[in-house]
Design a protein around this ligand. Structure first.
Ligand code: ATP
Length: 234
């Protein structure tokens, strides 16, 4: 369980997040500028928040980003053009690329998992957008951290590829019992991956429900508002 009680002040924006998140998929929805990315950056340790942050009773707040049990995948995650696919994944385990036998096996396993086994020796410029994103997922996977944060990593992909990536993320989340938080602008993505949805408004968590509420005739009133429909007209 990830227990969040975090505050952060931007110049003209006060964020105060209070929520407990169970293992599995959780999608963060909310309008632009409402505070979704700020929450992910606080969790990842890229912003220094006040308050408390516990994962399975261990406090994370004092830990720097690289010591937190967290992998992140952001839209701007780029691959190193001078490294092959295999090396781009391996660098997630060792910046010097000197890997033990066990670590090498892990890289091969992550590449199989992301269906890149036959692309190991390719360079990023010879990959499609979806293949490049799968390399970034493979790199997050080899780290085997129990929390995975995704800040719209697939928004540049076409809808079919985006769906494929979401299914992959969902699969690895279930298989390894991860606690995965996905920021999205698209409510149907939350329905696609299932799990739970969080609505962020004005720097706060204003609703936390099963993703199935989005498909209900009368969703939670706050979600109705966000979805742009009046709960009376559905
Ligand atoms: N670098 C910054 N400097 C000052 N204020 C910031 C900065 N980044 C974010 N903010 C403030 O924090 C608020 C929340 O930003 P955040 O990026 O968390 O929103 P978001 O919900 O992820 O938006 P989007 O969906 O557009 O990415 C913004 O409205 C803005 O006022």
């Amino acid at each position: 369980m990830l227990n969040i009680n975090l505050q952060y002040n931007w110049e003209a924006f006060y964020a105060d997040y209070q929520v407990s998140i169970s293992p599995g998929m959780t999608t963060l929805l909310g309008g632009s500028g409402e505070g979704k990315s700020t929450l992910l950056h606080l969790l990842g340790g890229f912003l220094e928040g006040r308050g408390e942050l516990f994962f399975n009773d261990g406090s994370l707040l004092a830990l720097p980003a690289y010591e937190r049990p967290i992998s992140t995948l952001f839209q701007s995650d780029n691959l190193f053009p001078q490294l092959t696919v295999w090396q781009n994944v391996a660098i997630g385990l060792s910046p010097s690329l000197s890997l033990s036998v066990e670590q090498r096996e892990k890289v091969d396993w992550a590449l199989e998992k992301t269906q890149l086994g036959d692309k190991k020796t390719r360079f990023p410029q010879a990959l499609s957008g979806g293949q490049a994103q799968r390399v970034a997922i493979a790199r997050a996977l080899v780290r085997k951290k129990p929390i995975l944060l995704l800040d719209e990593p697939f928004s540049a992909l076409d809808p079919a590829l985006r769906e494929e990536m979401l299914y992959l993320v969902n699969d690895v989340t279930q298989e390894f019992g991860l606690t995965t938080l996905l920021v999205s602008h698209l409510p149907h993505e939350a329905s696609l991956v299932g799990g739970r949805v969080i609505l962020v408004e004005g720097g706060r968590v204003v609703a936390h429900e099963p993703a199935s509420v989005l498909a209900q005739e009368k969703p939670h009133p706050l979600f109705s508002n966000y979805l742009g429909m009046s709960s009376r007209s559905v």
